[in-house]
Design a protein around this ligand. Structure first.
Ligand code: NAD
Ligand code: UDP
Length: 339
């Protein structure tokens, strides 16, 4: 079944947006999620946006028997593997939880793909694999730096596992997409990010501060060697990111991939500082944000942004959404959550 895709973690933030774009592009989607960091509301949102209810199986990707039943029951050529834990700080405190979930789930999926002769696998990697890069922007050939957290290490390990599995299994092709900083929400405000507890990431902290749930945003450091002293990142709209998955899957389905294992940066190619992002949010939404400058956060790199030429040229993909629109969508989603 060329047009059927198994999406693990499809009820999550990036998975739900990707499910929408896959359906819009004519794919049939089967979602597997254990709802450990999401809820069924996301799939209801997908249904409202697309008019199509994706098939949903509540299961843990580490559960080999449950996953085997999914492979037995459904024909599909392609898998997108989003399912993972993603909290960097928690991974430092509980590394085994991260190695177990992020690695075991991926190995289980890859083994079953080999056993059942399924062809195409797309993996969610991260710009975190570059660490504190010596040269910016980073290209896919920029050497990876040793991971600074167990979470980051799971992404490096999973990339290597994918490379090795593809090398050993002729019928398997894989793409790792290295996401930069995904932000925003679907313009319908029907799906978005669901941070649990106090957000670690900048944009959910901003929207919760604007909503009065957090008193004040701390800007972690204004004394970096950057134009305004705050860190630089490459913030990619989640809908643009979702569309990158559709073109990457299509490349595999059509057999247009040049190598059986490929890596692509998925970012805008544009560095944005924390101050710029805060100001952009205020301007886009005509509001004032309560913020203060705080000490640097341990583990933060000063700057990282993507060289996106490979994705532009090979995937025919580029980020399209304007940052203002993304920041408006983030705020609309926060308001939707509070209704
Ligand atoms: P998310 O937590 O919203 O989505 C992950 C989904 O996977 C959740 O719905 C969760 O319930 C599910 N899940 C987790 N473990 C599972 C398991 N064992 N079996 C079945 N389902 C499981 O996170 P997200 O932001 O959508 O991230 C998706 C992927 O992208 C992850 O692999 C993440 O590491 C990666 N990534 C995210 C970011 C980011 O900033 N959001 C950046 C780079 C890479
Ligand atoms: N940041 C901040 N205050 C916050 C959260 C984040 O100043 O409450 C900064 C952080 O130091 C980094 C940028 O925002 O420079 C993006 O951080 P995030 O955690 O969203 O993503 P990361 O790039 O660390 O994966």
């Amino acid at each position: 079944m060329h047009n059927r895709v198994l999406v693990t973690g499809g009820a999550g933030y990036i998975g739900s947006h990707t499910t929408v774009e896959l359906i819009n592009a004519g794919y049939e989607v089967i979602v597997v999620d254990n709802l450990s960091n999401s809820d069924r509301g996301a799939l209801e949102g997908v249904r409202q946006i697309t008019g199509v209810e994706p098939k949903f199986i509540e299961a843990d990707c580490c559960d080999r028997d449950a996953m085997r039943r999914v492979f037995e029951e459904y024909e599909f050529d392609s898998v997108i593997h989003f399912a993972a834990y993603k909290a960097v700080g928690e991974s430092v405190a509980e590394p085994a939880k991260y190695y177990r979930n992020n690695i075991l789930s991926f190995v289980t999926i890859l083994e079953l793909m080999c056993e059942f002769g399924r062809k195409n696998i797309l993996f969610s990697s991260s710009a975190t694999v570059y660490g504190d890069a010596d040269v910016l922007p980073v290209t896919e050939l920029t050497p990876r730096k040793p991971a600074t957290s167990p979470y980051g290490n799971t992404k490096q390990m999973a990339e290597d596992i994918l490379r090795d599995m593809v090398a050993a299994n002729e019928h398997l092709s894989g793409i790792a997409l290295r996401y930069f900083n995904p932000i925003g929400a679907h313009p319908s405000a029907l799906i978005g990010e669901l941070p649990r507890g106090v957000p670690n990431n900048l944009v959910p902290y901003i929207t919760q501060t604007a909503a009065g749930i957090r008193e004040c945003l701390s800007i972690f450091g204004d004394d970096y060697d950057t134009p305004d002293g705050s860190c630089l990142r490459d913030y990619i709209d989640v809908v643009d990111l979702a569309k990158a998955h559709v073109v990457a899957i299509q490349r595999l389905v059509d057999g247009r991939n040049k190598h059986r294992y490929e890596i692509f940066n998925v970012g805008t190619g544009r560095p944005v500082s924390v101050f710029e992002l805060v100001r952009g949010f205020e301007e886009a939404n005509s509001l004032k944000l309560n913020y203060k400058v705080a000490p640097r956060r341990a583990g933060d790199v000063m700057a990282v942004w993507a060289d996106t030429r490979l994705a532009n040229e090979e995937l025919g993909w580029r980020a399209e959404r304007e940052l203002y629109d993304t920041l408006r969508a983030a705020w609309e989603w926060e308001k939707h959550l509070r209704q």
